[in-house]
Design a protein around this ligand. Structure first.
Ligand code: DP6
Length: 361
C-alpha cells in the first residue's frame, strides 16, 4: 500500500519566496465513480476523458514564517477573498500535513480562478483540486528535489488530488485516465489514477465534449451527499459489479475504435448514475424536463442521420455531447438549431479531449 507520509520533508535551510502556477482541466467520466468508502476510496473503477476548455488556474506563493504550527492560508477565488472556499482548502491542507509537513512552516497565498463561470453547473472540484495538488507537488520538488521523475510526480499529484475530490485524481493526465483497481486494465489502483491515452484508438483522441448548460442553478444534492447515499442503496452491490463489467467492455470499444459501442455505454452509464439517485433514500432527481427533452432530441438526431452523437451526464442536469471531430459541422448545426433553446440563457461550452495539466509559473 502506497504511503506518502514523510516526516523528513521539513525545511532546514533558508529559501526564497516563490510562486508556482498550474492550469488543470476538468474531466468527464464515461464509466462513473459513484459510491466511496474509507478515505476517498472508490467502490468501482472509473474512466474519463480529460477536457481542455473547462479548467482552473491556481497560483501558490509561499513565504517563510517563524513558527511551524498550523496552516496559514490567504485564499482568493477569482481575485476576491472567499472565506467558504478558504475554510475547505485549509481543512484539506491540514489533512495532508503528514504528507507535506513543510506546509506548516509556510505562509501560503493562493489565487484560483476558473475558465468557466462558477455558477454554470460544471463540476469544478476536479480541476480545482488537481490544480492545487499539482502546485503542492511542485513546491515539494522546488524545496527538496524529490519529485523530478515525471511519472512519480504525476502519480503523487493524482493521489493528493484524490484526497481533495475523487474525480480530480483523473484530471492530471492527458487524454484519458482511469481510477480504481480493475483486472480490465494493468496497473490500476484505488489510490491514484493512471494514464491510458496510449491504449485507445486515434478516433477517440479527436473527441469533442460540448456541455449544454440546461440549468445553472446550484444542485439540490451535492456529489459528496450523493456518494454517501449509495451506502443504503439496495442496488449498490450489483451496480459496482456492473461498473467493473462495463469498464471491460468500454476498454475493448476504446481499443478497437468502436464508436457505437462506446456511445451506447456512455449513455447507459449516464442514465444508470441518475437511476441510482432516484433509488436512493431519500430519492432525488437532478435532471430537469429540458434534460429529458435534450436526450430525446439527441437520440432522434442519431437515429435519423446515422451521425454518432451520444450524450453523457455528470451529477447534474447538464448534457455532455460526445462526438468525433469528423462530424463537427452537422453536430454544430444541430446544437444551434435544436438544443440551444433548451439551455439556460442559451449557454453551452465547446470542449474537447485535451493535453492535460501544465505548469505556467
Ligand atoms: C458523477 O469527485 O465530485 O462526476 O470525491 O466527493 O469530491 P467527491 O466526489 P466527486 O464525484 C464525481 C462523481 C461523478 C462521476 C465521476 O466523475 O466519475
Amino acid at each position: 500500500m502506497r504511503d506518502y507520509s514523510n516526516p523528513d520533508l521539513l525545511i532546514t535551510e533558508d529559501f526564497e519566496t516563490q510562486e508556482i502556477g498550474w492550469q488543470s482541466p476538468s474531466n468527464i467520466a464515461i464509466i462513473k465513480y459513484w459510491g466511496k468508502h474509507g478515505v476517498q476510496l472508490p467502490r468501482n473503477p472509473s474512466i474519463s476523458f480529460t477536457l481542455s476548455a473547462a479548467h482552473t488556474r491556481t497560483e501558490v506563493t509561499y513565504h517563510p514564517k517563524s513558527t511551524a504550527d498550523k496552516i496559514e492560508l490567504e485564499f482568493y477565488f477569482e481575485g476576491k477573498q472567499n472565506p467558504a472556499f478558504s475554510k475547505k482548502i485549509e481543512a484539506f491542507l491540514t489533512s495532508i500535513l503528514d504528507i507535506f509537513p513543510f506546509l506548516s512552516q509556510l505562509k501560503l497565498v493562493v489565487h484560483s480562478s476558473n475558465s468557466f463561470p462558477h455558477s454554470a453547473g460544471i463540476a469544478s472540484s476536479a480541476s480545482a483540486m488537481s490544480a492545487l495538488s499539482l502546485c503542492l507537488c511542485s513546491m515539494e520538488q522546488e524545496l527538496f528535489k524529490t519529485l523530478s521523475d515525471r511519472n512519480e510526480f504525476l502519480e503523487k499529484a493524482s493521489y493528493i488530488s484524490r484526497l481533495g475530490s475523487g474525480s480530480a485524481c483523473r484530471s492530471v493526465y492527458p487524454t484519458m485516465a482511469a481510477w480504481g483497481a480493475t483486472s480490465h486494465l494493468a496497473d490500476t489502483s484505488d489510490l491514484y489514477a493512471v494514464e491510458c491515452g496510449d491504449q485507445i484508438h486515434d478516433v477517440f483522441k479527436t473527441y469533442h465534449d460540448d456541455i449544454l448548460f440546461i440549468s445553472k442553478k446550484e444542485k439540490s444534492v451535492s456529489s459528496r451527499a450523493g456518494h454517501a447515499l449509495m451506502e443504503g442503496n439496495p442496488y449498490a452491490a450489483p451496480r459496482y459489479q456492473q461498473a467493473n463489467d462495463r469498464f471491460g467492455l468500454l476498454m475493448t470499444a476504446l481499443k478497437t475504435g468502436d464508436i457505437a459501442a462506446f456511445g451506447e455505454l456512455a449513455e447507459q452509464e449516464a442514465l444508470t448514475l441518475h437511476a441510482l439517485m432516484m433509488t436512493s433514500n431519500p430519492a432525488y432527481i437532478l435532471m430537469t424536463p429540458n434534460s429529458m427533452e435534450a436526450i430525446a432530441r439527441v437520440q432522434n438526431f442519431r437515429k435519423t442521420t446515422d451521425i454518432p452523437l451520444y450524450f453523457t451526464l455528470d451529477a447534474g442536469p447538464n448534457l455532455h455531447l460526445l462526438y468525433p471531430h469528423s462530424v463537427k459541422e452537422p453536430v454544430a448545426k444541430f446544437i444551434k438549431e435544436q438544443l440551444v433553446e433548451l439551455c439556460e440563457d442559451g449557454g453551452f461550452l465547446e470542449d474537447a479531449v485535451g493535453e492535460g495539466a501544465f505548469r505556467y509559473l
